[in-house]
Design a protein around this ligand. Structure first.
Ligand code: AMP
Length: 415
């Protein structure tokens, strides 16, 4: 069932969205991309004559009420975009009356789901090592079911449009689906777009396929790196993980970021790439700084000959050319993680060059998918977000989907 072939007229729809937007210290939204991302789904339901119960999490309140993470702060923005008043339920588990009172075209926004520990379903205040942990976990899973059932009771139809949390089996993202028939639960438009983008990357790959993995650490990306080896022609590894590889290969890396316990893993990745015939591209030179700040002094040097007291903070010119050539020739591109500390303008050149090469390849017919918080921030910073094929809203969810894992939020609906 898709929302396109469902008529919401006279129905109450409970929609899980990702309104986990960044706020400043005064509670003002600094980037409302995620709210705008869910609008097509919300507007379709209202246009059909349905009523909306919108639910989301915000931040990590860890099962406790935290006023700085209250969704009441975004109510007016949601009302502005939906061009109608939005009712607010301060307690998402006690909103039955407000939900029952909704008339067609009316909107109810529930408070942050994660004010309840049941949403994530993890026991709070008890250590995993504690002998009572397993019993506490079991009990919490039961409470999670009850919580999901309560939420389900508010509506006739369940729609999941929150890709960013689709890799979590939470009450509102997956468990709730158990309380709806197959023809009364569906994925929203944003979720469908995300799923299609991943399908584009995983099936019917146009070659060459170049993946660019950056960011700070090898350890958080190892699953996806290993998985990509079975799919890509060129695998570019950049960002902070460069220096773990450089050290593993016997280089001097100064005070660059490095995971000393992952040196063998780095060598294994190099061997695996060889065995699988993947063209693994690692940085050869870097822009090093004498401090972790934008106006640090800089030198350009080999990634294996970084002087003491200096740290690699961006890729160097030779590397930039090497990487960009592999990107410009590609017909399928995946980018996750910046090439350097792009937050500092003086160390953003490498990431900018990568973004521009992706845009060029896209203009020449490549399919390009950019995902994961920081690379999205990168393309936004350079004003290039609308020049790539697709910018994913998912970080962990996107990587898990590309790793080939079944996302609980999607499985709950598609079976
Ligand atoms: P991740 O969350 O693992 O994707 O990492 C993103 C972060 O990695 C960004 O905040 C970058 O500033 C950081 N990063 C990229 N390259 C480096 C580097 N050479 N040294 C330190 N941090 C880096």
């Amino acid at each position: 069932m898709t929302i396109d072939n469902f008529n919401f007229n006279g129905k109450k729809a409970i929609v899980r969205v990702d309104f986990n937007v960044p706020l400043d210290e005064n509670g003002n939204i600094t980037d409302d991309t995620r709210i705008r991302g869910a609008l097509p789904t919300l507007k379709k339901i209202l246009a059909d004559g349905g009523s909306l119960i919108i639910m989301s999490h915000m931040g990590k309140p860890k099962g406790k009420v935290k006023s700085s993470l209250s969704l009441s702060q975004i109510k007016d923005t949601v009302a502005k975009y939906l061009e109608r008043p939005v009712e607010f339920a301060e307690d998402c588990a006690k909103a039955a009356d407000k939900a029952a009172a909704l008339k067609p075209g009316e909107v109810l926004l529930l408070e942050n789901l994660r004010f309840y520990p049941e949403e994530e379903g993890k026991p709070v205040g008890i250590d995993k090592e504690d002998p009572a942990y397993d019993a506490a976990k079991k009990e919490m899973k039961e409470r999670q079911k009850e919580f999901a059932k309560t939420l389900a009771g508010y509506a006739d139809v369940y729609v999941n449009d929150a890709f960013g949390t689709a890799h979590r089996r939470h009450a509102s993202t997956a468990v709730i689906a158990d309380y709806f028939d197959a023809d009364h639960k569906m994925l929203g438009y944003l979720m469908e777009k995300e799923v299609n983008a991943v399908d584009n990357i995983l099936s019917d790959i146009k070659r060459p396929f170049t993946a660019i993995m950056g960011g700070s650490k090898v350890s958080t990306k190892i699953g996806i790196i290993e998985n990509l080896m079975d799919k890509v022609d060129n695998l570019i590894l950049c960002g902070g993980m460069t220096y773990t590889f450089a050290k593993a290969l016997g280089g001097k890396i100064g005070k660059s970021i490095c995971e000393d316990d992952k040196l063998q893993l780095a060598l294994d990745i190099i061997e695996k790439a060889k065995a699988k015939g993947v063209n693994l591209l690692l940085a050869v030179d870097c822009v090093a700084g004498d401090d972790f700040k934008n106006d640090a002094n800089t030198i350009i040097c080999s990634v294996r000959e970084i002087p003491d007291g200096w740290e690699g903070l961006d890729i160097g010119p030779e590397t930039t050319k090497l990487f960009c050539d592999a990107i410009k020739n590609a017909k399928t591109i995946l980018w996750n993680g910046p090439a350097g500390v792009f937050e500092f303008d003086n160390f953003a050149k490498g990431s900018r060059a990568i973004a521009e090469a992706i845009v060029e390849a896209t203009e020449n017919g490549a399919f390009s998918l950019v995902g994961g918080g920081d690379s999205v921030a990168c393309v936004n910073k350079f004003g290039l977000a609308d020049k790539v094929s697709y910018v994913s809203t998912g970080g962990g969810a996107l990587l898990e989907a590309i790793e080939g894992k079944v996302l609980p939020g999607i499985a709950a609906i598609r079976g």
